[in-house]
Design a binder for this molecule. Structure first.
Ligand SMILES: [Zn+2]
Ligand SMILES: [Zn+2]
Length: 261
């Protein structure tokens, strides 16, 4: 199970409540109305979990009104539940698309939908927390960083924090072992090693001016570029500044959600 982060589709306010964690994650805070009574409800943000906190007693099977605690608008006006046909509540997910929950108390149907995949842009699915290195960092530092985070590519920044290159594991191995014919077969070198690495910086080893997309690039276009150039990941930049990374995994997950949503 993975935690989701949602906001109100009507007012855009985040519904995540850090003061009321459930199962170790901020909960989803909503208002519930049934037979003239209102109460706050806190739902687990773990997708697929049915834990929640509610004081009001509601008989199972009752269809309740679900309301945004911030704008007061009714949210249960989504398409019918696939399981029981009660109206669903659509909540916007921070990483794009929406999650639908059923308004029938006790119904366990949750669904994630992506709307029209053609409208999804890079910003919706990119990873905003990116591990980077600086041009002046050594290759040992880059290898240690890749090994520590279990990643195979690092955006390289200059001292003004602008993206100037991209260092892949393949590239790093080619630089570290120039005589090797097939660097792909080599294991990640031990970090405290080769003498001949000293003095080589990430700036020297990295591929310059890597292919990038912007946050507004449609996901389908980004996918085409990644496939055409055999890229496993691609930086997302805005005016030369790195704002995120797209990976093939992000693309596949988005497309899969679209097909199964
Ligand atoms: Zn709202
Ligand atoms: Zn239902």
């Amino acid at each position: 199970m993975f935690p989701i982060e949602v906001s109100c589709l009507k007012c855009g306010h985040s519904l995540m409540d850090t003061d009321t964690p459930i199962e170790g994650f901020p909960s989803v805070h909503l208002l519930i109305r049934s037979e003239g009574k209102r109460d706050h409800v806190y739902l687990s943000a773990l997708y697929g979990s049915h834990r929640g906190r509610l004081k009001m007693a509601i008989p199972r099977g009752t269809i309740v009104d679900i309301i945004c605690p911030f704008c007061g608008k009714a949210l249960s006006d989504g398409p019918p539940c696939l399981s029981c046909e009660a109206p669903t509540v659509s909540l916007e997910m921070a990483r794009g698309g929406c999650v639908r929950i059923c308004s029938r108390f006790g119904c366990r149907k949750h669904a994630i939908a992506f709307g029209d995949i053609g409208e999804v842009v890079a910003a919706s699915v990119m990873n905003r927390y990116v591990v980077t290195v600086y041009e002046s960092d050594t290759l040992q530092h880059a290898a240690a960083t890749m090994s520590h985070y279990d990643i195979s590519g690092l955006p390289v920044l200059n001292e003004t924090e602008r993206l100037t290159g991209f260092l892949t594991l393949d590239r790093l191995l080619q630089v570290a072992y120039p005589d090797s014919l097939n660097p792909d077969c080599l294991p990640i070198p031990a970090i405290e090693t080769p003498e001949d690495w000293t003095g080589i910086t990430c700036g020297e080893a990295a591929e310059e001016d890597p292919l990038c997309v912007t946050p507004e690039t449609p996901l389908l276009e980004a996918s085409k570029i990644m496939i055409a150039f055999c890229l496993h990941q691609m930086p997302v930049t805005k005016n030369g500044v790195l704002v995120g990374m797209l990976s093939r995994g992000d693309l596949f997950r988005a497309l899969l959600r679209d097909k199964t949503g």
